[in-house]
Design a protein around this ligand. Structure first.
Ligand code: HEM
Length: 187
């Protein structure tokens, strides 16, 4: 017990250097409590496959949502929004679902390591905002956008542009979590 407490304290002291996003870090005590070695050992042989599933599903999700968002911002008015959304929506829902499940599996594999990445919490916040933005549009504006005679209504353009920015932000955070900008350049 004493050793575990010391280890937690030691880890907390070694945790991230302070920077602009430090206040978003999940407390290390919480992360240590979430760490489950049995789960980790069970998942170890399949971890690369879960990561593959995460990246493949997220790629499909991102591609589909970018097309839909671009159409909502008013691009290519000749493309029928109804036909495009019938194609894109199932891909968006299913691939996002697989992305979230595989993402959680990756997180619980090593919570301390994953959440020590500088942009992990920001990525999750942007995902929640992206979902909120989509839910708002589904409730309020999607039907009127579908029935718009020619140009997209203003609210659809705004929601499409905000959605694009949020999901691009999530992708940027995800890649920076894996490889941050170098602090020292070797010459
Ligand atoms: C609850 C939701 C999610 C969780 C818990 C999650 C978690 C993770 C984890 C643990 C990794 C491994 C790399 C790392 O340690 O950060 C990862 C990679 C990645 N995630 Fe997610 N993720 C989620 C949703 C998403 C979404 C919605 C997107 C994009 C729209 C996304 C895009 C990516 C990408 C592109 C990578 C690969 C980064 C690279 O290898 O360069 N994730 N995610």
């Amino acid at each position: 017990m004493v050793r575990a407490t010391l280890a937690a304290k030691d880890l907390r002291e070694k945790m991230p250097d302070p920077h602009a996003l430090s206040f978003l870090y999940i407390p290390s005590d919480v992360l240590i409590a979430l760490d489950n070695r049995s789960y980790r050992f069970a998942l170890q042989p399949f971890h690369h496959l879960v990561r593959m599933a995460h990246i493949l599903s997220i790629s499909a999700f991102f591609g589909a949502i970018v097309l839909l968002d671009l159409r909502l911002t008013g691009l290519r008015p000749a493309v029928q929004l109804k036909a495009l959304s019938e194609l894109a929506m199932p891909v968006i829902y299913w691939m996002f679902g697989i992305g979230v499940v595989s993402g959680l599996m990756l997180f619980f594999y090593d919570p301390v390591h994953v959440a020590s990445h500088a942009y992990f919490s920001l990525k999750i916040i942007l995902i929640v905002l992206g979902m909120f933005n989509a839910a708002l549009f589904n409730r309020r504006g999607f039907v009127s956008a579908l029935n718009a005679p020619d140009a997209m209504p203003r609210h659809a353009r705004i929601i499409g542009a905000v959605s694009l920015m949020l999901w691009i932000g999530v992708m940027i955070c995800a890649t920076l979590n894996v490889e941050a900008a170098p602090k020292v350049l070797l010459r």
